[in-house]
Design a protein around this ligand. Structure first.
Ligand SMILES: *Cc1c(COP(=O)(O)O)cnc(C)c1O
Length: 430
């Protein structure tokens, strides 16, 4: 598969390894696959009876064909996806649980695959690689964990000071070793801006081999298509019908991966793009005007993105008309998010994290609009474990049982340097 820049379809196409290690295209665009791969017909029809790992293999294979041999890819997938993505039934809907990885959020899927892919692609290099990543909370922890202890690779994470949860901060800045962290005095958008500027800095390029690990990186995006395919396949096995998936969204990497899975032939009828009050994309879907803006802080802070980086990818692949056919945008206030956490706990005894609650509430908002009907299965992605956001959820529900992996993280010390939201402050420290 060849990959080209979102900003120049006729520019030089590169292979997966190149696109992954470069992160951003030289012109500042994002790498996108040249063609949307499709599952062979035999795979399409047997998805409902295939195992998670077989689906993962068939989903990722076309994206890395000719670069990662089948046996190596299989090993990589077994190591990266050493946890499941169960499709739970809760009340009238599904909840696709993506929080069973080591940092308890869906970003583990992308980060763990990416770390192993990078290590494979760099197997014959001796110059160390520096991963630079901006996070609004969950990316940093997943990337730090995914790369922790990987030889020849170090990771620097930038996060908005005071805007991530105590647990997230320990996942980002509590590992040490080859992982370092900067607490930036600014917003997530500032962090992203600093990372973009560092990548564009000619002086830095000469000293350091840099790569990114944000959801802009194609190596994180592609593995995320896997759980859409497995979730939809399981829904199909149970109901015989295509599912509607609601995706709580910020940078829209997750949803873009879902769109890839759907193009490949995963049995997905429609997507709901759910955001908090940072509703740039729902506004675009409604009135056709894209207006990026500064992000506003909310209780679903991993979705506090006013200028979603993957928007470029979506619009390069799909026209507005096509997007509107496939996607329905909904935004949910913090107040509704809180009410949802409370009422779902009361009714079903289930704890939702604030991001998943946005997804749940978006489905409620769309019931009876025709996008969601009782005759077709629907569900939301559960993007994080509720215990990651205990300070928001517990006042509404009472104590959440904490998984042992998260209990251990809380015992770590935070070791991050605070820096101003200023490009030179970052560059001089790299
Ligand atoms: C990152 C994240 C999101 C948003 O995902 P995008 O790919 O940026 O749209 C939603 N929920 C949680 C818990 C996250 O960590």
């Amino acid at each position: 598969m060849r990959y080209y820049s979102t900003r120049n379809k006729n520019g030089r196409a590169v292979d997966f390894a190149h696109a992954a290690l470069a992160g951003l295209a030289p012109d500042g665009g994002l790498f996108v696959p040249e063609t949307a791969p499709e599952y062979p017909q035999a795979v399409k029809t047997s998805l409902p009876v295939m195992s998670f790992h077989d689906i993962a293999f068939e989903t990722i294979k076309p994206f890395v064909q000719g670069e990662i041999p089948g046996a190596a890819l299989e090993d990589m997938l077994y190591e990266a996806f050493n946890f499941d993505a169960p499709l739970a039934a809760v009340g009238d809907r599904y909840v696709l649980e993506l929080f069973h990885g080591p940092t308890a959020a869906f970003k583990d899927f992308g980060a763990r695959f990416m770390a192993r892919a990078f290590s494979y692609f760099r197997r014959n290099e001796d110059k160390p690689l520096r991963i630079l990543v901006a996070t609004s909370g969950d990316t940093g922890g997943a990337v730090a964990d995914g790369f922790f202890g990987v030889d020849g690779i170090s990771v620097t994470v930038l996060y908005p000071k005071g805007r991530v949860s105590p647990l997230q901060e320990r996942q980002i800045a509590g590992l040490g070793g080859n992982i370092s962290a900067f607490a930036v005095e600014g917003s997530f958008d500032d962090c992203q801006r600093l990372v973009k500027a560092a990548f564009a800095d000619e002086g830095l390029k000469k000293r350091v081999v840099l790569s990114s690990a944000n959801s802009i990186n194609i190596a994180r995006l592609v593995p995320q298509a896997v759980y859409y395919a497995t979730g939809a396949a399981r829904a199909m096995a149970e109901t015989g019908k295509q599912v509607v998936f609601c995706v709580p969204s910020g940078n829209f990497g997750n949803l873009t991966a879902g769109m890839y899975a759907r193009e490949m032939g995963a049995p997905i009828r429609h997507f709901i793009a759910a955001t908090n009050i940072n509703k740039t994309v729902p506004d675009y879907l409604e009135n056709g005007v894209y207006e990026p803006r500064a992000s506003l802080p909310t209780i679903s802070n991993a979705m506090d993105v006013g200028a979603p980086s993957n928007f470029e990818r979506m619009t390069v692949h799909w026209s507005l008309k096509r997007l509107c056919e496939t996607l329905t945008g909904v935004f949910i206030s913090d107040e509704t998010t809180r009410e949802t956490i409370k009422s779902v706990h009361n009714r079903y005894g289930r704890f939702l994290d604030p991001h998943t609650a946005v997804g749940w509430a978006a489905l409620d908002a769309l019931k009876s609009t025709g996008k969601i009907t009782p005759d077709a299965p629907f569900g939301t992605l559960a993007t994080a474990h509720p215990a990651k956001f205990a300070e928001i959820v517990e006042p509404l529900t009472g104590a959440i049982p904490v998984p042992p992996s998260l209990q251990k993280v809380m015992e770590r010390n935070v070791a991050a340097e605070t820096i101003p939201a200023d490009v030179s402050a970052l560059i001089e420290r790299l």
